[in-house]
Ligand binder design. Structure first.
Ligand code: C5P
Length: 253
């Protein structure tokens, strides 16, 4: 069988040419990186968990009419997605202060924000993904004013959905990052949620105990990352309740 054409390899995922034009296969690796890849580890089972969790969130978003690139999961590590033109901005939504916001503004982690705050970071590893203002985005042509309005609306809908889903299983959605792509339909473009939604790109805190159930476990050396992700998956019903991370995660369909 001919080898598939690799389109792009990132820190945690690989994109391959899909079976039909306009599709890609997104493969989830076990690699974890932080601080612009200064810290790196391979975490057994992370790719499997993120593939399944991202499927869960994207399917839910599609079901409530929030468009995403997700088509279907193919196997343990791969999903079929629509090929989109990624807008070079990371869109971060914050409900509580944490991470870089806490550092920048001297806010104690966990402080509730007066309302969800949407921020844009320019995707450039060389520059360490700097925070940018709408002025920069429009002046440099990364997105138009209309795109920006649509991106904020999309990000807030994702926030409402994810916050509710997580709250229902006793988890606080502190913040998250999404990437947004342009899906071309003839001369018209639609903005859709792309990339992944997983504990790699969210801050998730247990409401009762404050336990971190996201990539901060790796960034800050707080314990076993796969255990934390398995806990999220178990609560969401993505993994059977008796799964612990003593072996490989088992999937239910
Ligand atoms: O580090 P910071 O506080 O700005 O991160 C905000 C949110 O965006 C966190 O949930 C983090 O996991 C996510 N993020 C990400 N990828 C990045 C930067 C931040 O997923 N490159």
């Amino acid at each position: 069988m001919a080898r598939r054409k690799k389109i792009y390899e990132g820190k945690a995922k690989i994109l391959y040419e899909g079976p039909e034009p306009g599709t890609l296969v997104q493969y989830f690796k076990d690699d974890a990186t932080a601080y612009n890849a200064e810290k790196h580890a391979v975490i057994d089972g992370k790719g499997v968990l993120n593939n399944r969790l991202s499927e869960f969130f994207m399917t839910g978003l599609n079901a409530i009419g929030v468009p995403t690139h997700f088509i279907r999961r193919l196997n343990m590590r791969e999903q079929l997605v629509r090929q989109v033109e990624i807008i070079p901005l990371e869109v971060v939504v914050r409900n509580f202060a944490a991470g870089s916001l806490s550092k920048r503004l001297g806010l104690e982690e966990g402080t509730q924000l007066p309302r969800p705050i949407v921020e844009f970071y320019y995707k450039d590893d060389r520059l360490g993904d700097p925070l940018v203002a709408e002025e920069h985005i429009i002046a440099f042509g990364w997105a138009s004013q209309q795109d920006l309005d649509d991106m904020v609306a999309l990000a807030l809908r994702v926030n409402d959905f994810l916050s509710g889903v997580m709250l229902a299983v006793g988890i606080r959605l502190v913040d998250f990052k999404i990437e947004i792509g342009r899906l071309w339909e003839g001369d018209f473009q639609r903005l859709v949620v792309a990339d992944e939604i997983s504990p790699d790109s969210c801050r998730l805190w247990d409401i009762e105990t404050g336990r971190h159930l996201d990539k901060d476990v790796f960034r800050r050396d707080l314990g076993d990352l796969a255990d934390a992700y398995s806990e999220v998956a178990r609560r969401l019903g993505v993994l059977p309740t008796n799964v612990t991370h003593s072996g490989k995660p088992r999937l239910i369909n």
